[in-house]
Design a protein around this ligand. Structure first.
Ligand code: MN
Length: 301
């Protein structure tokens, strides 16, 4: 629950008889805390980043908006907590009212703190993962010393290095994706993601700890992992990776101490059929293991 006075400043600044903004309310995210970024054409255009924490939306005004380039450190001025119900607000704040101007929901989704969110927030270093329609991957908010003032501390919003980073020269997300996402579906964590979150919270128990794996001899045969036919694509497309389906020969390679053998998905030995591939696989820095792949030749198109 929010602290009793958490929204006091938000409410003092607004006249709810005039502005269409909500005075209070909103449901906390069911499976994960929500995030929203609102594009706000106030006196100056800015992007309001809001993270659900402790029953309200902690809020930062980011004049330039987010950037996927870790070299861009974007000023983020902390402003008053907003009610969770603000997440769906789009509209026109009337002239002469606080924040007068148009507001759209520029991105929305859920966020996952890395480490303890309350502690990170308190200490001025909040690390988190965003799962939105536009923003993804790891980000950090870090409070600057001696900048801003007690009521509006200055922070920096920084993209962390990961698979989602992109150089600013190649991709400017606020220019490339300027529009509202309000009509798009809400993004909820899939079960695997919720499980991953638990795994991260207790790293000594993660299931991908190779050092904890039991030793076993290299299997002589291995069945390839096959796709399962389903009626429709998954609802949470952001939680899935999609790959182009190539139509070639499914081949598994068994490598053991310099010996390479190729097998079809039915276990037929095709080593003699693809000698060039065998020679190439011999040069891999792999002592033993199985590789699973699709063998094909791409043409010009
Ligand atoms: Mn604003």
């Amino acid at each position: 629950m929010p602290q009793a006075d958490a929204l006091a400043l938000y409410q003092q600044k607004r006249n709810f008889a005039i502005t269409p903004e909500p005075a209070e309310g909103g449901e906390p995210g069911k499976d994960a805390p929500r995030f929203v970024i609102q594009k706000h054409w106030a006196t100056r255009l800015h992007y309001d980043l809001r993270l659900e924490l402790d029953g309200t939306m902690k809020s930062w005004a980011v004049p330039k908006g987010p950037s996927f380039d870790p070299a861009d450190k974007r000023m983020a001025v902390q402003v008053e907590d907003h009610p969770i119900s603000y997440n769906t607000f789009e509209g026109e704040i009337p002239p002469d009212q606080y924040g007068a101007g148009r507001v759209i929901v520029w991105d929305k989704g859920y966020w996952m703190p890395v480490g303890d969110a309350a502690e990170g927030y308190r200490n001025g270093k909040l690390k988190f993962e965003l799962h939105g329609h536009k923003l993804h991957g790891h980000w950090t908010l870090v409070r600057m010393h001696g900048r801003g003032n007690a009521k509006q501390p200055a922070w920096l919003l920084i993209k962390e290095h990961d698979a989602h980073e992109r150089p600013a020269a190649e991709f400017n997300v606020v220019e490339a994706l300027p529009d509202s996402v309000k009509a798009l579906p809400d993004i909820a964590p899939s079960e695997p993601l919720a499980a991953a979150r638990v795994a991260r919270a207790s790293p000594e128990k993660t299931s991908h700890d190779l050092l904890a794996a039991a030793e076993a001899p290299l299997p002589d045969k291995l069945a390839p992992q096959l796709a399962t036919l389903v009626a429709a694509p998954p609802a949470n497309t952001r939680d899935w990776l999609f790959e182009l389906k190539f139509d070639g020969y499914r081949v598994l390679a068994r490598i053991e101490e310099g010996d390479v053998r190729l097998f079809t998905r039915n276990g037929n030995d095709w080593t003699a059929r693809m000698p060039a591939l065998v020679e190439a696989l011999k040069t891999l820095p792999v002592r033993s293991g199985w590789l699973d792949g699709e063998i094909l030749v791409l043409d010009e198109s």
